[in-house]
Write a protein that binds this ligand. Structure first.
Ligand code: GLY
Ligand code: MN
Ligand code: MN
Length: 458
């Protein structure tokens, strides 16, 4: 499934209304990036551009100019070029941009210096993502200069330059039914991948073998793109938050942390599970694991409409800090938990936030605060909840806890009634994980129990 052109049209329609006839918006597409001679990194369309247009090619530029006599949605695109298309793949060209992407008008990129300034002429406000594209920014300034030079003809240049983020990113924050279908699909496929890793993991395997299996499981289910490079971190590698080397042996007695999620039509999933390489948690691993899970459940209980964004983080911090004291990792020196939290005594063990918006970008756009206050959650928002604990190998704590890194991350949709856990198909109760890894028939129930539990809150 793809987002329909009808939906892209509706998105643009709402923006055109918000911009008004006094304004215009320019959104550039992403560019191909050279990896080395004749080879590019895999192309990924810029999320703002993709959300607005659905147009998949690099270098294009979209302009919204409400009520302009030449049409209020104009695309500049790569021209048709039979020779280049033979080497690099088909292009839609201006005709395809009009016919298949519903542009009112489309031009080859070579015409942009001539045509684009006319779309901005005598409009007061220009919305544009300033500072995002180093090569494109000076071109926008050049078009403004060109318009200013025409003052004696009675033409003015936009005088109000507004970052397009607020307008676009507020709209991107609330997901449509079609977007949710894609996000559910991405989470379902990733969850199946995570379950496969739990089943196949054995001591002596290499981290990259688990990575390879995850990529394989996603691709064979139709999700070839990952939302970010998978993290497969055995033992103390899990204490490196963005570990991506994924090339060490997985050792008997260690945990492995897997943070991996595929994309569907650009929409991300972002799931983390931590499980024992040999299928059985040690007592110390289990204590810390259960603590992180309790923190995650406490945070999920705050994922409901009307709660401020930081309620989830606060709930996780409360549980984690109490637990660190109880287990003897943190000396409270007679102080209350509230005081320890205020002084950030948890920081050596928990140094990141409890979640982020999720959407076309894995760390999706959208403000977390409004007028200085944490914003309130609303139905249609999607986010992650991902508390963790990371005990450095040289931490001054009881030895059994050293070098353990745990994170549990789920993808959440805020609904009218509470929350839907999009990533519910991968077990997270320690008993359910052990059962799945042991290949017990109840393993299947693990996923089902997780599913049942997620609906408790719906
Ligand atoms: N995988 C990136 C994150 O969890 O934020
Ligand atoms: Mn995340
Ligand atoms: Mn993650």
């Amino acid at each position: 499934m793809k987002i329909s052109q009808n939906e892209h049209h509706q998105r643009r329609h709402a923006l055109l209304e918000a911009i008004g006839p006094d304004g215009a918006l320019i959104i550039p597409a992403a560019h191909e990036v050279m990896r080395n001679r004749d080879t590019h990194y895999p192309f990924r369309q810029h999320s703002d551009f993709l959300w607005l247009t659905g147009f998949p090619e690099p270098d294009a530029v979209a302009v919204l100019a409400p009520e302009h006599k030449h049409g209020d949605y104009v695309l500049f695109v790569r021209p048709k070029d039979p020779e280049r298309e033979t080497w690099d793949g088909r292009r839609f060209g201006p005709k395809g941009a009009v016919e298949q992407f519903r542009a009112d008008n489309a031009h080859p990129l070579a015409k942009i210096d001539e045509k684009l300034p006319k779309l901005l002429a005598s409009r007061r406000r220009l919305y544009y993502p300033f500072g995002q594209d180093d090569a494109f920014d000076p071109r926008v300034m050049g078009w403004l200069r060109k318009l200013r030079a025409q003052a004696r003809k009675g033409i003015t240049a936009p005088s109000e330059l507004v970052d397009s983020g607020e307008l676009l990113h507020e709209a991107r924050l609330r997901k449509s039914e079609a977007e949710l279908t894609l996000m559910r699909e991405a989470a379902r496929i990733s969850a199946a991948g995570h379950r496969a890793l739990m089943r196949h993991c054995r001591p002596g395997m290499n981290e990259q073998q688990l990575e390879a299996l995850f990529l394989h499981r996603c691709a064979e289910q139709g999700a070839r793109e990952q939302a970010y490079p998978p993290i497969v971190a055995g033992g103390e590698h899990a204490c490196v938050l963005h570990y991506v080397e994924n090339n060490a042996e997985l050792k008997d007695g260690d945990l492995v942390l897997i943070d991996a999620g595929c994309e569907q039509q650009g929409y991300a999933s972002d799931i983390t599970r931590t499980f024992p390489v040999n299928g059985r948690f040690s007592p110390a691993q289990r204590e810390l694991y259960d603590l992180v899970l309790e923190a995650q459940r406490a945070a999920i209980a705050k994922a409901r409409p009307g709660e401020p964004w930081d309620a989830m983080h606060k709930a996780a911090l409360q549980v984690l800090t109490e637990g660190l004291v109880r287990l003897g990792l943190l000396d409270n020196k007679g102080k209350k938990v509230g005081k320890l939290i205020k002084k950030e005594k948890f920081k050596p063990f928990y140094m990141h936030r409890t979640g982020h918006w999720l959407g076309l970008d894995v760390h999706d756009v959208g403000a977390y605060k409004r007028e200085g206050k944490w914003r309130l959650l609303e139905p249609g928002m999607t986010l992650t909840i991902e508390p963790g604990l990371y005990v450095a190998p040289d931490a001054e704590v009881p030895e059994a806890y050293r070098g353990i890194g745990i994170r549990i991350e789920d993808d959440i949709l805020i609904t009218d009634a509470g929350a839907e856990i999009l990533s519910r198909d991968v077990p997270k109760d320690a008993d359910d994980i052990e059962a799945l890894m042991a290949g017990e028939t109840s393993a299947k129930n693990g996923a089902q129990t997780a599913r049942a539990r997620s609906t408790e809150h719906e």
